[in-house]
Design a protein around this ligand. Sequence first.
Ligand code: C2E
Ligand code: C2E
Ligand code: C2E
Length: 91
Amino acid sequence: GGAAEPPPRLVLDLERLTQVPSEKAGPLQRYAATIQSQRGDYNGKILSIRQDDLRTLAVIYDQSPSILTEQLISWGVLNPDARRAVREEDA
Ligand code: C2E
Ligand code: C2E
Ligand code: C2E
């Protein structure tokens, strides 16, 4: 709480996501596909997700949110500005 700026948008690059080997990206690919299905949002090249979804994905990947964030950024599927979303949580 008490943040001076709003949290960053979390934006997945769905085209890059298809290029990451599925043994790494499989859980995220399924999660993103579920959100697309729930929204009826099938045509986008990118997908905006909730802050809470990053926490859920960290549980799925058995990583801290900040380490998962770095992995997703290194794969090119998450915007680097997303680092700000986890900075305060890792203290
Ligand atoms: P819900 O959470 O009950 O949201 C119902 C509707 O409220 C959504 O319908 C959407 O029109 C709107 N809504 C809720 N939160 C937001 C938000 O942060 N931004 C925007 N722009 N609209 C919001 P929609 O999109 O058809 O989604 C249906 C259901 O699918 C949602 O019900 C939720 O259960 C799930 N869902 C959709 N997108 C996400 C997501 O990114 N993450 C998660 N965890 N669930 C999602
Ligand atoms: P933005 O957030 O910078 O998004 C730019 C474009 O990225 C969007 O253009 C859309 O083509 C794509 N995009 C972003 N997130 C998603 C996603 O979850 N699914 C899909 N299919 N495409 C996505 P668009 O739709 O013309 O929107 C232009 C701008 O309008 C957005 O810029 C944003 O500032 C605003 N906007 C659109 N939808 C929402 C919304 O649900 N909530 C809020 N707060 N702003 C929205
Ligand atoms: P956004 O639409 O610009 O919403 C920004 C923030 O406003 C959301 O961050 C959330 O904290 C709040 N918000 C917006 N609409 C609602 C709502 O109906 N109910 C509640 N409880 N809060 C709302 P958040 O959750 O991190 O979501 C980030 C972005 O992810 C949203 O930006 C939107 O682009 C997308 N998104 C998240 N959930 C949904 C959803 O259910 N449906 C759709 N279509 N887009 C969603």
